[in-house]
Design a binder for this molecule. Structure first.
Ligand code: URP
Ligand code: ZN
Ligand code: ZN
Length: 465
């Protein structure tokens, strides 16, 4: 019988806290030992990591696979999306189940389980988007937590669709505090945004750039401040999703300086792309539709603030908000009105590559890179230490990361189903050589060796400060 032992040899193990030479022994689905190099059992299958870093598999805490939105559905489902994630070194995602207004949270959870089961190639969890929180839904929140879904996303934007009023948000926060759930907030003040959108369209301003110009930074800053204020009044932690801009970050920093339990994530698009991308090309301004996401891309000067926030721990996580729509048949729904362009961008596959550029450029220490892409989301979202580190007993979700491997982020080199590349022509240095999920090699030298359906639903623990 073949040995179920695997030994990753010759690499440098990097965790959120340490960097050291060790061989990693894997027994079945778990890490069994960290060994002095060259001392592992002879009968173990060897995986060569010479010259490479051995890091915990990435955890992407914000994805939208197979998600109905803006009259269409995000184009990666749980199969294509998780295979693309694995290619990029991500071994766990947390996606969002969405409550349909007037229906139960349980129905939403069942619907999302059905979307993922038999399809996901890596492990996954869910957050719950609550769009309607009458007393029945508030009491149902505890059942959802009991199902291992321990965080709820609430929206301050998209009136009539997703937006919750402050009283509903506050009630949901109080309830979350009682049951150990974490509230994740889409913090943009949505009602005035809709007025700006109406006025822009009435003035004939229909191009994608107006998506950014009608969702100003101040709308995000005030939303962030309000989310924090409500959480402070409810005495609960809050996690701000997809933070894009300096002033919103400053609200988070102030709150953290006052000792509040405020957490925030940003996304690669806010670190690498800008409002200029929304302007499209001189020939075709509609090319900017590729970059319509919410909050919108900001002017370039925001980048340095977000990088600083990551370095100084004011931002804890980089997730992708992967919500891909093709130009053909999807983004083009908004050719005559930016307000009809489905909001979202692809990114599930390229998060680690892009963040590693931050390491190469001296913007992030290597251990901080591991923390931001894996350990911190595992801790915040109740997955640690099963996920998020290289330690004895942890799941063997491991990436052998080749720091010199080059990849040009063109569409033909990537596996996301979307029909364009968000960073065409950009060459990154540093990429996965081998990716293991629970001890199985799922990607090796750019080849997918896993299977759709082998990913497990992961029940997450409740939030602890
Ligand atoms: O543009 C985005 N972010 N689409 C997904 C929905 C959301 O608000 O996260
Ligand atoms: Zn959002
Ligand atoms: Zn999102």
């Amino acid at each position: 019988m073949a040995s179920k032992l695997k030994l990753i040899t010759g690499g440098t193990v990097v965790t959120a806290s340490d960097t050291f030479a060790a061989d990693v022994l894997i027994d079945g689905a778990r890490i069994a030992a960290l060994l002095t190099p060259g001392t592992g059992p002879a009968d173990a299958e060897r995986l060569d990591a010479k010259g490479c870093l051995v890091i915990p598999g990435g955890i992407d805490a914000h994805t939208h696979l197979d998600m109905p939105f803006g009259g269409t559905t995000s184009v990666d489902d749980f199969e294509t999306g998780t295979i693309a994630a694995a290619h990029g070194g991500t071994t766990t995602i947390i996606d969002f189940a969405i409550q349909t207004k007037g229906t139960s949270l349980k129905l939403a959870l069942d619907t999302w389980h059905a979307k993922a089961e038999g399809k996901a190639a890596i492990d996954y969890g869910f957050h719950m988007i609550a769009t309607d929180v009458p007393p029945a839904a508030l009491s149902e929140m505890a059942d959802i937590v009991g199902e291992g879904v321990t965080s709820f996303k609430l929206f301050m934007a998209y009136p009539g669709v997703l937006l919750l009023d402050d009283q509903s948000i506050f009630r949901a926060m109080l309830r979350a505090g009682e049951i150990g759930a974490l509230i994740c907030m889409h913090a943009e003040t949505g009602l005035p945004i809709d007025v700006l959108v109406e006025r822009a369209l009435a003035a004939g301003k229909t191009a994608p750039i107006y998506h950014a110009l009608t969702r100003p930074e101040v709308a995000e800053a005030t939303g962030t401040e309000r989310a924090i204020a409500l959480a402070e009044m409810a005495d609960v932690p809050v996690y701000i999703v997809h933070l894009s801009a300096q002033r919103a970050l400053e609200r988070v920093m102030e709150a953290r300086d006052r000792g509040l339990h405020v957490y925030a994530e940003t996304c690669p698009q806010y670190l690498f792309l800008s409002e200029d991308d929304l302007r499209g090309t001189p020939d075709d301004p509609f090319e900017g539709a590729k970059y319509v996401c919410t909050p919108p891309l900001r002017p370039k000067h925001h980048h340095e603030h977000l990088w600083r926030g990551l370095r100084t721990y004011d931002l804890q996580v980089v997730s992708t908000d992967h919500c891909p729509f093709c130009m053909k048949g999807q983004k083009e729904l908004g050719r005559d009105s930016f307000a009809k362009i489905p909001n979202g961008m692809p990114g599930i596959e390229t998060r680690l590559h892009l963040l590693y550029e931050g390491v190469r450029e001296g913007k992030l220490p290597l251990n901080r890179f591991v923390e931001i892409t894996s350990t911190a989301p595992a801790k915040i979202f109740g997955l640690y230490p099963q996920k998020g580190t290289i330690a004895v007993g942890s799941d063997a979700d491991v990436v052998i990361w080749d720091p010199e491997k080059r990849l040009t982020l063109d569409k033909e080199n990537l596996h996301m189903r979307v029909d364009y590349a968000a960073y065409p022509g950009k060459t990154v240095i540093g990429a996965p050589r081998t990716v293991l999920s629970r001890g199985d090699v799922v990607v090796d030298q750019g080849k997918f060796l896993g299977q759709a359906g082998r990913g497990n639903f992961i029940r997450r623990r409740t939030f602890s400060r």
